[in-house]
Design a protein around this ligand. Structure first.
Ligand code: GSH
Length: 207
């Protein structure tokens, strides 16, 4: 059978998609995309937004957008535990917070790390202003998420892929890395028999 293909690069949103594949027991063909190659015509044909992660499904369907890839993996492998079962109230809650992180959290990270794209004032002061506002917004978004967590995971005793997404964003935002709530969630996630090893493999691949 044709395999999934996963376009990834360490230190990016492809951390959570890498973990999702491992969690679902899928071994995709992997294509490591150097940052400098993301604007090559071959990659742009796949994802015109020039961003990773991207994926090709076994039937040839091209995917981008981290949350869309996570949902497609979960739907192709129901019961893998990435998300609660289809139709359950806990799934609706998980989707609410997945989308919250995707539309409010990830974009604030991008404003912080690609500040020049979000201002016409490319002076250091202009860029610092964008970063300061993005950082404040990340504080706010992550605090809202933390307040929604049942603990130790978002949905209580059972981890879902949204927990991984959250810690990925928190790791990219220095003040959140120091917050006990996210340190506890990170510890709980890393103790998971599949997530912990997959996360460590991804980190090692950037060395
Ligand atoms: N909306 C996209 C954002 C993906 C994204 O921004 N990826 C970053 C790496 S974390 C990237 O490829 N950036 C390169 C660029 O934007 O030029 C998603 O949710 O997957």
């Amino acid at each position: 059978m044709t395999k999934w293909r996963h376009y990834w690069r360490p230190g990016t949103g492809s951390l959570v998609t890498t973990i999702a594949f491992a969690w679902a027991g899928v071994e995709p063909e992997v294509v490591r995309v150097a940052e400098a190659s993301q604007r090559d015509p071959d990659f742009l044909a796949l994802n015109p937004a020039a961003q990773v992660p991207a994926a090709v499904m076994p039937d040839g369907t091209i995917l981008a957008e981290t949350s869309a890839i996570l949902l497609a993996i979960d739907e192709a492998h129901p019961g893998s535990g990435l998300l609660p079962p289809l139709g359950s109230p806990t799934r609706a809650t998980a989707l609410r917070w997945l989308m919250f992180l995707a539309v409010a959290g990830y974009p604030a990270i991008l404003r912080y790390y690609y500040a020049d794209r979000f201002t016409a004032d490319a002076s250091e002061a202009g860029l610092d202003g964008v970063r300061a506002a993005a950082s404040r917004e990340l504080d706010r978004i992550l605090a809202i998420f933390a307040a929604a967590m049942e603990g130790p995971f978002l949905l209580g005793e059972k981890a879902c892929i949204v927990d991984v997404y959250c810690i990925m964003l928190a790791d990219w935002h220095a003040p959140a890395r120091e917050m006990p709530v996210f340190q506890a969630l990170r510890r709980a996630i890393m103790a998971h028999p599949v997530i912990g090893p997959a996360w460590r493999r991804h980190e090692e691949s950037s060395e």
